[in-house]
Ligand binder design. Structure first.
Ligand code: F6P
Length: 328
């Protein structure tokens, strides 16, 4: 018979994402609702290794639903990659009386959860929190919607100045391995071209497309580039290449960077975080373990870590076609 769950731990790990606080709040409040003790670990796996934690109750998470960042802080722990680090973490969890953990983060966090759950009898549930949206087992990750809105807002502003000066802007957005942010913000902001890691369209095509834009009477252009794009070595080299080959263009580069990870979460991200984390607590109380929760076709669903980590979350390439048509 599964061990009774009396204490649940929660942590946030990897790159932070707007909505992580809403997720922490949902775990703490669901624990309070079900009369389970809740313990928050600081700096993800590192806090578990160091025994750095606090007891949380319903009031500890007041007014954080609207805040960006994570009150529990986040980190990428190198120590947790080692068996010794994981052993220390397991020892601290046992000492703190933690029976199960909710792990909020991206694929690195889930990989840590997968190996930890194979080594120790401590049930864990993963909740997808990353702006990159690059996790299989969910249509949306917590933070992605807010990041998209942040990017759209920034591109709209850049569009104003691009248009005033008849300039071409290359705008780099986050997405080390995935083009979700670039593709969707690019369509949403009416970019002339979108460059993503999943599709190498080639430099010739980019030049052709920019020439076509000029011929069609456009005075300014926006090219959204995902940071993981393979077409150029980086966005600055891409801009140099276009300047050399299309001297008529006055080219500028903007790298949006970490501003994409901050800010008050959108309603969508707050609701998503709330739904997924209440479910995570309920699953643990029902004896479920070693799975991630996600939103699939607007229903909260579970996927094993194995399937989640071996699967890929495909981008919607149809959006590239839509973008092509609409940037005519
Ligand atoms: O949060 C995901 C992500 O934003 C990636 O798109 C990006 O490459 C990475 O994090 C950068 O994070 P950091 O600067 O924290 O290492």
């Amino acid at each position: 018979m599964a061990k009774e769950i009396r204490t649940i731990g929660v942590m946030t790990s990897g790159g932070d994402a707007p909505g992580m606080n809403a997720a922490i709040r949902a775990v703490a409040r669901a624990c309070a609702y079900y009369n389970v003790k809740c313990i928050g670990f600081y700096r993800g796996y590192q806090g578990m290794i160091e025994g750095d934690y606090c007891v949380m109750n319903a009031r500890s998470v007041r007014n954080i639903i609207s805040q960006g960042g994570t009150i529990l802080k986040s980190a990428r722990s190198e120590d947790f990659r080692t068996p010794e680090g994981r052993k220390k973490a397991a020892t601290h969890l046992t000492e703190a009386g933690v029976d199960a953990m909710v792990l909020i983060g991206g694929d690195g966090t889930f990989r840590g959860g997968q190996i930890f759950s194979q080594e120790y009898e401590i049930p864990v549930i993963g909740v997808p929190g990353t702006i990159d949206n690059d996790i299989a087992g969910t249509n949306f990750t917590i933070g992605y919607d807010t990041a998209l809105n942040t990017v759209i807002d920034a591109i709209d502003k850049i569009r104003d100045t691009a248009s005033s000066h008849n300039r071409l802007f290359f705008i780099e957005v986050m997405g080390r391995d995935a083009g979700f942010i670039a593709l969707n913000s690019g369509v949403g902001a009416g970019a002339e071209e979108i460059l993503i890691p999943e599709e190498d369209l080639g430099l010739d095509r980019l030049l052709e497309s920019l020439k076509r834009s000029k011929r069609s009477g456009k005075s300014s252009s926006i090219v959204v580039v995902s940071e993981g794009d393979k077409i150029g070595k980086n966005v600055y080299q891409l801009a140099d290449y276009v300047t050399e080959n299309l001297p008529d263009y006055d080219v500028r580069v903007t790298v949006l960077g970490h501003m994409q990870r901050g800010g008050s979460p959108s309603c969508f991200d707050r609701t998503l975080a709330s739904r997924l984390c209440v479910k995570a607590v309920e699953l643990l109380l029902d004896g479920e373990k070693n799975v991630m929760v996600g939103l699939i076709n607007n229903k909260v669903a579970t996927t094993s870590f194995d399937d989640g980590l071996s699967g890929t979350h495909e981008i919607n390439k149809e959006l590239l076609r839509i973008s092509d048509i609409l940037s005519t």
